[in-house]
Design a protein around this ligand. Structure first.
Ligand code: UD1
Length: 310
């Protein structure tokens, strides 16, 4: 079975590529424009995959990429809430425009199934926790709007054309290969970098905001289950650990993993930031048989070990 991983040179995408190759039952194709992904994430397996270098906003390239593909794991996107606040049009073009081109080309090419990376950000600041898929989404940033719109496109294509789709709402994924070097990088990668370099942590707000931080192996596991489940029908599910940790908890865990006790600088709240995020993961369990395999604290230790040795 041939699987296309869009954004396969990125943090989550390249972890998916590794898992697909390790499974052994898949031919793996990647499309990536290396905007936020890196060639180095695929260097160790470049002779085992098919690589299409290009942008998902380019319909011709997307049509080439989906040719002969059975299923798609769609990870390509411009991440980051603050990036989307600064440049909403670009986030829209890549995340919505690119997804629409991909799913249109996939439908035309007879691809059986498309599984898309969505985001916990679609829930916004709804006061009820945990966040359940039946809640009305309340996006607070252009990024969240792009992910929610992608979900709607997948669902509409499933209903109109019968292509099987699933949107997985990832909750703050972290782990090996998450790039800490951009101002838009995820907080755990930035804190890992600070711990390795023994500098300082910068916390936006009071540090009491909480996230359902999810080690990357858990979302990889969910995607592999989504390839194997008998039938999909345009569903949307949360994938997370079902536990929330504040940023101050996170700092304590990173300090402990690194054997340091670094100072913290407090900076203003970030525009469009959600205060609390926690997932209900019952639906992922009933639809896919998903439950988390690596808990937060073990994930933090593995992630630190990776940053310390690479
Ligand atoms: C959001 C989504 C997440 C998605 C990600 C994609 C929510 C709840 N989560 O993550 O599912 O994968 O976008 O980009 O919407 N922070 C600091 N110091 C830093 C960096 C960040 O204090 O140096 C704070 C932020 O203000 C935020 C928290 O850490 O409160 C997490 O930030 P970040 O890692 O960027 O992820 P989210 O925006 O929560």
């Amino acid at each position: 079975m041939r699987i296309l991983v869009t954004g396969g040179a990125g943090f989550i995408g390249s972890n998916l590529v590794d898992a697909l190759l390790a499974d052994g039952g898949y031919t793996v194709r990647v499309i990536d424009n290396f905007a936020t992904g890196h060639r180095s994430n695929l260097a160790h397996c470049i002779d085992k995959i098919e690589l299409v270098e290009g942008d998902i906003r380019d319909l011709e390239i997307v049509e080439d990429a989906v040719d002969g593909v059975d299923m798609i794991l769609h990870q390509a996107a411009l991440p980051s809430v603050p990036r989307s606040v600064k440049a909403p049009v670009t986030s829209n073009d890549v995340n919505i425009g690119g997804t629409l081109k991909l799913i249109s080309a996939a439908h035309k090419a007879g691809v059986k199934r498309v599984v898309m990376a969505s985001s916990s950000s679609v829930y916004g600041d709804t006061p009820t926790l945990p966040k359940v898929e039946s809640m009305t989404p309340k996006p607070m940033s252009p990024y969240a709007v792009t992910k929610l719109t992608g979900e709607h496109y997948l669902n509409v294509f499933a209903r109109l054309y019968g292509i099987e789709t699933l949107a997985i709402r990832y909750f703050n994924v972290f782990g090996p290969r998450q790039d800490p070097s951009s101002m838009y990088s995820g907080v755990i990668s930035k804190f890992m970098k600070a711990a390795i370099e023994k500098t300082r942590y910068t916390v936006n707000g009071d540090g009491l905001q909480a996230r359902d931080f999810t080690y990357v192996d858990n979302v990889v596991h969910a995607n592999l289950l989504a390839l194997k489940v008998e039938k999909l029908n345009g569903e949307v599910i949360n994938v997370a650990c079902g536990e929330k940790h504040t940023l101050l908890d996170l700092i304590a865990a990173v300090n402990q993993a690194a054997g340091v006790d670094l100072p913290v600088d407090f900076a203003p709240d970030r525009l469009g930031d959600v205060k609390y995020s926690l997932a209900d993961i019952e639906l992922a369990n009933s639809l896919l048989g998903y439950s988390p395999t690596i808990a937060f604290s073990r994930g933090i230790r593995s992630t630190f070990d990776w940053y310390a040795t690479s």
